[in-house]
Ligand binder design. Sequence first.
Ligand code: NDP
Length: 245
Amino acid sequence: MGDFDGSVAVITGGARGIGAEIARKMAADGAHVVCADVLDTTEIVTEIEAAGGSAEGRPMDVTDAAAAADAIKAIHSDHGHLDILVNNAGITRDQLLVRMKPEDWDLVLRINLDGAFKVTQPTAKIMMRQKSGRIVNIASVVGLMGNAGQTNYSASKAGLIGFTKSLARELGPRNVTVNAVAPGYIQTAMTDALTDDQRAALMKTVAIPRLGTPGDVADAVTFLAGPKASYITGVVINVSGGLYI
Ligand code: NDP
């Protein structure tokens, strides 16, 4: 018996990185996972199925409200219920504010923040009718502490945290919880590119001197989406090794 037996979970940006790891863990615990991404999801779906799990891919661009709503409705009608949404799709376009191109400001806000609104709205309607559901938004510690060179990204993640807290108040009476996970430095393609010196400097800022793993983030997400978190809503779990305390 897994924590997610019989559940349907939609994970945006689920083709790779943190989203793919969340999909692996939820599928291993019994969920049918829907990896919704602009990227091809064949690899992660094949991997989960080969491990005995249940998964499907859905092409989804979270910036397209109509297409996102159609995809959410189709998933619901195919399975008869929709239990978990993880708003994980996100990008960075880092630059100091004075040099930032307006299009890079817009794109980051459009994907990271507006995208969560566009996918969550049709999902929330379904979960309210069901009188059950779990929504987990992937924010970032920079949305709490700020970071030079990331005004666009920090604003999008701080916005996502405000969205989480307000929506938790709206949906609580319908037995739908809404929480956020705020990762710090996570081992991904991005951090693979750091030099040894950069890595050493980074580690001086973290209480637990290692990079986090996608698995560290996925563990917090599965906890919030699982049965042990039914009385937790509107919180932000910081998975940063103490980068932000
Ligand atoms: P990845 O880039 O590895 O994965 C994100 C996925 O989202 C990619 O497949 C990406 O596709 C997809 N995506 C991008 N735009 C859209 C869109 N419009 N619609 C649907 N899918 C889209 O990122 P990570 O796994 O590293 O990050 C996942 C989340 O965690 C993000 O929200 C990020 O901000 C957050 N986070 C990550 C940290 C880290 O250190 N990695 C730290 C803190 C937070 P494509 O490749 O085409 O862009």
